[in-house]
Design a protein around this ligand. Structure first.
Ligand SMILES: [Zn+2]
Length: 149
């Protein structure tokens, strides 16, 4: 057994840098040194990263009307428009009737061709979930169930 450089007590010693000096210290005194700080990152920082908002693209609700109005304004037939976009006429008919929502890909082509706006960017704010955990009373499975709610 060696003696602690700080308090002089005899016990298991660890090395720690304290005020710039490398010392052999006991468990009680090691908390004065730098060694304790290493690797301790604030957990809250990670939570903030998870809450970054996501951007999602969505087709506007009145897409059918917008497409039909723009097409008629330009005196285009459905057949001509479908051919110009490289899509089937039946697909375009369903879209204009409001039966089928266009895919983002088709909506982009329609936007460019007709100079209209069909895609909205929506910011999804991820919900922050705070879990209150009682020590030892919950399993990993319980936590997963809570997180999915
Ligand atoms: Zn000590």
């Amino acid at each position: 057994m060696a003696q602690c450089d700080l308090c002089g007590s005899e016990s298991q010693l660890s090395r720690s840098v304290i005020e710039g000096a490398l010392l052999s210290v006991c468990r009680k005194c090691i908390s004065f040194g730098n060694g304790v700080e290493i690797g301790s990152q604030p957990v809250s920082r990670r939570k903030v990263d998870l809450a970054v908002p996501e951007i999602e693209e969505e087709i506007v609700q009145d897409y059918a009307e917008r497409i039909k109005t723009a097409r008629e304004k330009n005196c285009l037939t459905q057949e001509f428009l479908a051919k110009s976009l490289g899509e089937r006429e039946s697909i375009l008919q369903k879209i204009e009737a409001g039966h089928n929502e266009p895919t983002i890909n088709i909506a982009r082509k329609l936007e460019n061709f007709l100079k209209i706006k069909l895609i909205e960017k929506i910011e999804l704010k991820s919900e922050k979930k705070t879990l209150i955990i009682k020590d030892g009373s919950m399993t990993i499975g319980d936590l997963l169930k809570l997180a999915k709610k």
